[in-house]
Design a protein around this ligand. Structure first.
Ligand code: CA
Ligand code: CA
Length: 461
């Protein structure tokens, strides 16, 4: 057997002496995802490429990553909310670089928050709003809301030297000085302050919402001057505004949670808060994503409603597609991410009071068809630098498309890759995923042959 393999190896090597290669790896455009739902307008869309395969690049240890939180990516680091501490991971390996304890807000329905990065610092809205040095996690300042209450679900947004944060049942949003954490203004809302504020720099406006309480109606969306905190308009719904606003072109989008039935997705004119269009969606705290002229959102609550992800025409609200209820994709705690013609969404789990995610799904952004799935992770995905990140089971997951065939990781498929795959097949070199061309979980001489065919094809032989 060994002789046979060696003979085959020898003949392949001879063949390969004539082969050169020319194939380029999938491009990974650089981009950051610096806060909840990508940026200060919460577009939930990245210009980055994103995996077409669902290949895993790394899975972190169980670091207690919060089941409903999203991660923040900047400067080669990932920032993760882990309930009673904040962790920083290496973006490319998942290795924990540092972690610091934080005071969590008393739990409300598994409340969550997403860290925010800006200019070398990372900010977290928890029982207090904190600013940490992003490099080493040292505390720079801490803001304790005068009400003594902490943030629930809403993170902070940073723009123009100002930090916008909240104190939930303290019923306030706050504007703080980014350098010192000192309060510049506060705004009292009718109900609980649960949004991550959205900022439109062009109009110097901040958008956020409030709602009265669990199983109670009435929610209000507010538009406020970002430098003075003066109200510009407000809009009241019969149900609850539990999520955050997404800023589009002259329009803001926000969905409502209805404890008694269907919620709705609203498109409001950002100038004055009047309704442009509204469509029914499953009840949700989800924040919409905007891409390709469409609005993407998901919703639903296990035990109370179907689970669904949707795509609407942003201009007129026409429903373009929705997932099947039997797929059980989407969740009231999940906000979808969009990148590279795909929509990333989670499949939730809920049993005996425990909520988590049991699947990460990539959908075709034009049709809603499933492109790939992975049976773990799923919490509000984030996309940056060609990679998709999500949380589940206390771990962070990183998906990155493998450049299959490039066994030696030099950026191209050539004869040397086939040789190395053959060495893996005979056990003289440890196998890797790049060599497993037919995805059967092992590296054999068949994989080596497939690589050789690609290399030969690329060289025109
Ligand atoms: Ca190679
Ligand atoms: Ca194989």
């Amino acid at each position: 057997m060994a002789v046979q393999l060696m003979n085959r190896k020898t003949s392949i090597i001879i063949l390969l002496t004539m082969v050169t290669l020319a194939i380029t790896p999938p491009s990974a455009s650089a981009s950051n995802w610096t806060q909840f739902h990508c940026d200060i307008e919460h577009v939930g869309y990245s210009t980055s490429s994103a995996s077409n395969t669902g290949d895993i690049a790394w899975i972190s240890d169980n670091i207690g990553a919060h089941h409903a939180s999203s991660v923040t990516i900047a400067d080669g680091r990932i920032f993760v909310y882990c309930d009673d501490y904040l962790a920083s991971l290496d973006e490319y390996t998942g290795e924990v670089l540092w972690n610091v304890p934080v005071n969590k807000t008393p739990d409300v329905c598994g409340s969550w928050v997403t860290p925010t990065y800006n200019n070398g610092y990372v900010f977290l809205s928890a029982n207090e709003t904190c600013c940490f040095n992003a490099t080493n996690g040292s505390l720079v300042w801490m803001f304790e809301p005068p009400t003594g209450m902490g943030a629930v679900d809403g993170g902070c947004t940073i723009s123009s030297g100002m930090v916008f944060t909240s104190d939930w049942d303290g019923c306030h949003y706050y504007c703080l000085d980014e350098e010192t954490g000192e309060e510049l203004w506060n705004f009292t809302v009718d109900g609980k302050a649960q949004s991550t504020p959205a900022v439109s720099i062009a109009n110097a406006r901040v958008f956020f919402c409030s709602y009265v309480g669990i199983c109670m109606d009435d929610g209000v969306a507010y538009c406020v001057n970002m430098t003075t905190g003066d109200e510009i308009w407000n809009f009241t719904t019969d149900n609850s505004f539990c999520g955050s606003v997404t800023i589009g072109d002259g329009v803001v989008y926000l969905p409502e949670y209805n404890f008694d039935g269907d919620g709705a997705l609203y498109a409001l004119y950002s100038e004055n808060g009047t309704v442009k269009w509204t469509k029914p969606v499953e009840r949700t705290d989800s924040t919409p994503a905007i891409a390709y002229g469409n609005v993407y959102v998901c919703g639903g609550c296990i035990g109370s409603s179907d689970l669904m992800a949707y795509c609407f025409n942003a201009t007129n609200g026409d429903l373009l597609w929705n997932t099947s209820a039997s797929d059980e994709l989407g969740n009231w705690k999940c906000s979808v991410a969009v990148a590279d013609e795909k929509v990333f969404v989670g499949k939730p789990y809920y049993k005996m009071g425990v909520m988590d995610y049991v699947g990460t799904y990539a959908l075709d952004a034009s049709t809603g068809e499933i492109v790939w799935s992975y049976p773990e992770g799923g919490s509000s995905p984030a996309v940056a630098d060609g990679m998709v990140f999500t949380v589940g089971g206390g771990r962070v997951y990183c998906f990155n498309e493998l450049f299959r065939g490039d066994v030696n990781h030099d950026g191209s498929i050539a004869a040397e890759d086939a040789v190395m795959a053959l060495e893996m097949a005979v056990g003289s070199v440890l196998p890797n995923d790049e060599a497993d061309m037919n995805r059967d979980g092992k590296v054999t001489s068949l994989d080596a042959l497939m690589i050789l065919q690609i290399a030969a094809g690329n060289s025109g032989i």
